[in-house]
Design a protein around this ligand. Structure first.
Ligand code: FAD
Length: 303
């Protein structure tokens, strides 16, 4: 099917883009990588009369450290592949590069953007879980100025975010994990290469060495395709925070994640029961890998 005819704009400045969004509010869509919007328009599940292409906006595709070094700042137009291959992201927040590398295929990763993916708020999308695990936040710009929204408040429901139609995501930022004792992993179960997740888990840990082993000072766990939106496994995080990290505490956290997720049966990717079990297995594996990386014991893409 072809999309309905629409008016196309390619503004050169953010000011012009927000003016267009305000002017056509109710009948407008932002176009970034187009990897989700174009299929929706072709299926006529979205039929905006006006499309604002933000690809010509300068300076929205950066990945950099904040001035005080405490956060990684990502422009909304950073492509999945840019995050997958960024030396800074790979070194300082490897969970992000690992999640980016798991998205779709090279074509999708070359065009799709982190801002577009989060705005799309697909519960099977990989970015939401990764940003939840890192307790990131989004900066959005709209008619009443700029506001910052934590990822927990941003993700509202299936394909629904806290974004107003006249607002543009400009930045995603995540606290920088400690160079020593920080480790993350993104593990995805997929039917075949390039598929959306059947189940995926993002885990980020900070560990401190103590007389009786390693104590967990930070635990972030995000779940993909396990509910009506990307979920924070907060009970699972609670099983780890402030406690000694052991095989038992990891197993306890994995069981908590299994209990707090809410998957649905689907004919393609399996029953809710199967997905729950996979939530437990993948949470345990992701935590084990994140812990090994935090202890500096194993390399791999998320080093
Ligand atoms: P677009 O398609 O341009 O826009 C998506 C939505 O976000 C639209 O509503 C648009 O108006 C809005 N939007 C875009 N940018 C902004 C902004 N800066 N501010 C506010 N609103 C904005 N995703 C995964 O997570 N995992 C996968 O495994 C995966 N596999 C895929 C496989 C295929 C074959 C395809 C086609 C897509 C796949 N995707 C997957 C989706 C892909 O990641 C998309 O890139 C992403 O969902 C949307 O990003 P985009 O930049 O293409 O946004």
């Amino acid at each position: 099917m072809l999309p309905r005819s629409f008016q196309y704009y390619a503004p050169a400045t953010i000011g012009e883009a927000t003016r267009l969004l305000r002017e056509h509010e109710g009948d407008v869509k932002i176009l970034a990588g187009g990897m989700s919007l174009i299929p929706l328009m072709k299926l006529r599940l979205a039929s905006p009369g006006h499309v604002v292409d933000i690809n010509r906006l300068q300076g929205l595709d950066y990945i950099k450290e904040s001035e005080d070094g405490r956060a990684l700042l990502i422009g909304a137009l950073a492509r999945h592949h840019t995050l997958e291959s960024s030396p800074l992201a790979r070194k300082r927040v490897p969970l992000l590069s690992e999640a980016a590398g798991s998205i779709g295929d090279p074509q999708v990763r070359n065009l799709g953007t982190i801002g577009g993916a989060l705005a799309h708020s697909d519960p099977s999308g990989d970015w939401g879980a990764a940003i939840l695990a890192l307790r990131g936040e989004l900066t959005v710009l709209g008619p009443s100025g700029e506001r910052r929204i934590s990822i927990d408040d941003f993700l509202v429901d299936t394909f629904t975010s806290a974004l107003e139609e006249s607002e543009l995501i400009t930045r995603v930022s995540v606290p920088m994990p400690p160079e020593r004792g920080g480790g993350g992993a993104y593990l995805k179960l997929e039917r075949k290469a390039g598929d959306f997740a059947t189940v995926a888990v993002a885990a980020q840990l900070s560990l401190e060495e103590s007389a009786d082993g390693y104590r967990c000072t930070y635990a972030g766990i995000g779940l993909t395709a396990l509910g009506s939106k990307n979920l924070r496994a907060s009970k699972a995080e609670g099983c780890l925070m402030g406690r000694r990290l052991t095989t038992e505490s990891i197993a306890e956290a994995a069981s908590a994640a299994e209990m707090e997720c809410a998957p649905t049966d689907d004919p393609l990717r399996g029953s809710a029961k199967y997905k729950r079990e996979m939530a437990r297995v993948f949470t345990r594996r992701a935590l084990e890998l994140a812990a090994a990386r935090a202890r500096g014991r194993r390399g791999g893409p998320a080093g």
